[in-house]
Design a protein around this ligand. Structure first.
Ligand code: ADP
Length: 491
């Protein structure tokens, strides 16, 4: 199969969250299954051209597109991800005006979206389709991801309906997070170039605005989201469906939940070059060298039998920081240390800075985005906290399992699908789960984990080992996508 994978962020080139991890891994796993996969993404300012040897793609020239009354051209750069049978070309859409900026979607403080995000990603979507023709790549499947590439679905159906080049092409649209829908004022509709009849609540119109994600859901041949549980949740109520639940219920016959995997060439303590000491299930002791290193990095005092609870996250409401705030002071009266790596909303940055001031010997905080630090925290922590209000899939809990860092999670979305609650006697289960979104339940669950850690170290060791033995690599998920693509092509 020829598969065009379109994504607004791809690890290792650009990243704000889990979408990048998926886009840097799933295409490789599909390529390894024998498909011809090409990835398309914007060339932002921070893409490291030298390190990743980006070069002008031969013989393509400029691709020109009109958006509203602007006519703009893109040049196409190329690089790749993966090695050997996994090697997959990545095409970069380069346009200084739209993409040569510090942030991906917003100013670097991440609180103000760029006002022309509609234009930027309309341009991206249109160029991605034309690129197929320029490189003579006839995709069977165009796999679009989140609102930034959602418009490809109506473009293909409406602009290229008569074009024999795309006669066999179907679209799959993956929702990585329904909370980010790409909603723009009505004036953005003109920019899309779509026919007027699509400005209708059955199609793109959304409470007097337009909604790019809705375009993907309406026009894609199949829709996926990143866990089975989240697929059910987004159809169930406005709380999860963010006002698209009705439409999603209508499309339920083509909506599937496929769990993300983890890239075990990157997130694997046995080969991870970013951590001081490599380890696996048979050499767990080496994990504690990483703990020492982590403690040193955050200048915390070393204390025996005191667990480190790690957090790596975008600091946004979704991730459960309000319920952490409601119990952090009580928790920190106990024998625990917390290490937080995150960036995002100022109110949460302040909250963690203040906690650090009050509990200098127990709390370490790094405000910012730091991949190397993320690896060290996974490797050196004993527990990992993810009390999300909702979580489409979540990757860090799976990384945590692999790194022997026991996850404490709220039972929602992918967290519920991937973590098995530790039983009363500790003989089964890979992590600690709670259901009600309250500080009290979070606190009690951490206390439960703490009791095992401190008083039953032998049982704790088995909890750790059971988690490390879980296989969440991409191969299975890639096969699920392959099956889905085949099914879509039959219809
Ligand atoms: P989301 O996509 O909602 O942000 P995921 O758990 O799916 O959540 O993926 C988050 C990814 O981003 C993980 O790879 C995580 O390690 C990484 N990440 C999040 N915040 C930071 C940070 N401040 N520094 C480094 N990596 C981060």
């Amino acid at each position: 199969m020829n598969i065009l994978f379109v994504s607004s962020e791809v690890e290792p080139f650009s990243k704000t969250g889990g979408l990048a991890d998926v886009s840097g891994a799933l295409p490789k796993a599909l390529q390894a299954l024998g498909h011809d996969v090409r990835v398309v993404t914007p060339q932002y300012r921070n893409v490291d051209v030298k390190k990743h040897i980006l070069h002008l793609a031969d013989g393509i020239g400029e691709i020109t597109q009109s958006i509203g009354d602007k006519t703009t051209s893109a040049s196409i750069m190329i690089s790749s991800i993966g090695k050997g049978a996994e090697e997959t070309p990545v095409y970069f859409i380069a346009n200084k005006y739209y993409f040569d900026r510090d942030g991906l979607y917003s100013d670097t403080n991440r609180n103000a979206d760029y006002p022309d995000n509609d234009e930027r990603f309309i341009f991206f979507s249109k160029v991605a389709l034309e690129l197929c023709k320029r490189i003579n790549f006839r995709p069977h499947i165009i796999h679009c991801n989140d609102w930034q590439s959602a418009l490809i679905c109506p473009y293909l159906k409406l602009f290229y309906a008569q074009d024999s080049f795309f006669a066999k092409t179907k679209t799959v649209f993956t929702i990585h997070n329904l909370a980010y829908q790409g909603v723009f004022g009505k004036n953005a509709f003109e920019n899309t170039g779509l026919p007027n009849w699509t400005y209708d609540r059955e199609f793109l119109e959304f409470y007097g605005c337009i909604n790019f994600m809705k375009a993907g859901i309406v026009f894609a041949d199949a829709i996926t989201t990143v866990s089975k549980r989240y697929a059910e949740e987004i159809c169930s109520s406005e709380e999860f469906g963010n006002k698209l639940e009705g439409l999603l219920r209508k499309r339920k016959n083509v909506l599937f939940g496929i769990l993300n995997g983890i890239d075990t060439t990157i997130w694997n303590p046995a080969v991870d070059k970013l951590i001081p000491a490599r380890f696996d299930m048979y050499n767990l002791e080496a994990k504690y060298k990483n703990k020492e290193s982590l403690i040193k990095s955050f200048r915390l005092p070393h204390r025996w039998n005191v667990p480190i609870i790690g957090i790596i996250s975008r600091l946004v409401d979704q991730k459960g920081f309000d319920i952490i705030a409601g119990m952090a002071h009580t928790l920190l009266q106990h024998n625990v240390q917390m290490i937080i790596l995150g960036s995002g909303e100022p109110k949460y940055e302040r909250m963690f800075s203040e906690l650090q001031k009050s509990f200098g010997d127990k709390v370490g905080v790094y405000l910012g985005f730091n991949n190397e630090m993320a690896h060290l925290i996974e490797a050196g922590s004993d527990m990992f906290l993810m009390p999300s209000k909702y979580e489409p899939c979540g990757l860090n809990q799976m990384y945590s399992l692999k790194y022997g860092t026991v996850p404490i999670v709220r039972a929602t979305g992918g967290l519920d699908d991937t973590i098995e609650n530790v039983s009363e006697n500790g003989e089964t289960g890979t992590g600690f789960k709670f259901w009600n979104y309250t500080s009290g339940d979070l606190y009690n669950t951490i206390m439960r984990a703490l009791a095992f850690y401190q008083y039953r170290p032998d049982v704790w060791r088995y909890i750790v080992l059971r988690g490390m033995a879980k296989d969440y690599s991409w191969e299975k998920s890639a096969r699920d996508y392959e099956q889905l693509y085949k099914m879509v092509l039959l219809h």
